[in-house]
Design a protein around this ligand. Structure first.
Ligand SMILES: O=C(O)[C@H](O)[C@@H](O)[C@H](O)[C@H](O)COP(=O)(O)O
Length: 266
């Protein structure tokens, strides 16, 4: 690792020399969490996002993890999904299937993708229902603080505007506290129709990792992490603060280049 650091609020920052080093460490982080959660609960409930994240976690489907991870205990969800057919180039399900699921022996019945045959609103409602059923069966555990689902790990990317999942800056979905899964039809990043976990669900997870690379996101990383004087922008990435869980930022040197207020050690 190039550098690591903490803020005095439990957020952890891991900064790597390059994308290759980040990818290796991200795979190791996921494999370790999988092992400890399976030891503790017998299953591992992980939620993924779209974008570059999926190629950044691709080493998890290679040796040694393809043999050492207990894939039969994995349950896979999406923290956000684009409402398009599963075969569509924009589908996060397709991205994950092509880049990850097709390479590891996760049971098909443990992969919970959205219903792509209905409207965004209905897809969000259906997906929340699926999550509720699995909370009831304790495949997903439950937060003692607020009764929200408590995923073992939620993996997020971040856009250059500071969005995470499909929660965008200045969008009313930021303030959604009643639903676990909601929908939007006006995403500034195409395609426009998406479903997304809400912030209360993201912040109820046991572990959240935000994975960001490239200088084009350095300003958003700074806005999301550093102490801001005056009015704090309502940046979704800044609002990821697990109530009773761990947050780790995985960054390469370029993405971390504008961070000011974290004390790093080599
Ligand atoms: O489906 C999506 O669009 C996302 O889940 C979104 O939140 C993504 O993770 C970020 O936009 C980062 O994407 P990149 O890493 O490709 O920039």
């Amino acid at each position: 690792m190039a550098r690591s650091g903490n803020k005095n609020d439990d957020r952890e920052f891991r900064v790597y020399e390059n994308v290759d080093e980040l990818s290796s460490n991200l795979a190791e982080y996921i494999a370790e969490l999988s092992e400890s959660c399976i030891k503790e609960r017998g299953v591992f409930a992980i939620a993924l996002s779209g974008g570059s994240l999926i190629s950044l976690m691709s080493k998890l489907s290679e040796a040694p993890y393809n043999k050492t991870v207990d894939w039969a205990r994995w349950y896979v969800f999406w923290a956000d999904e684009r409402v398009v057919a599963k075969s569509h180039a924009d589908s996060n399900y397709k991205l994950v299937k092509d880049g990850f699921l097709s390479k590891v022996p996760i049971m098909h019945s443990h992969v919970h993708s959205i219903n792509d045959l209905v409207s965004a609103e209905q897809a969000a409602e259906d997906y929340e229902f699926v999550v509720r059923q699995l909370v009831r069966k304790r495949v997903i555990s439950v937060s003692e603080v607020n009764d929200c689902p408590r995923f073992d790990l939620i993996l997020l990317g971040m856009g250059p505007d500071g969005h995470i999942a499909s929660i965008f800056p200045n969008h009313p979905v930021i303030n959604e506290i009643d639903q676990w899964v909601t929908f939007i039809t006006d995403s500034p990043k195409p395609p426009p129709e998406r479903i997304t976990f809400t912030l209360p669900v993201i912040n109820s997870a046991s572990n959240v990792a935000i994975v960001v690379t490239g200088g084009g996101k350095a300003e958003a990383v700074h806005m999301a992490i550093d102490d801001m004087s005056g009015d704090c922008p309502e940046l979704p990435a800044r609002m990821v603060r697990p109530i009773n869980g761990e947050l780790v930022w995985f960054l390469d040197l370029s993405a971390a280049s504008k961070i000011e207020s974290v004390k790093f050690s080599e």
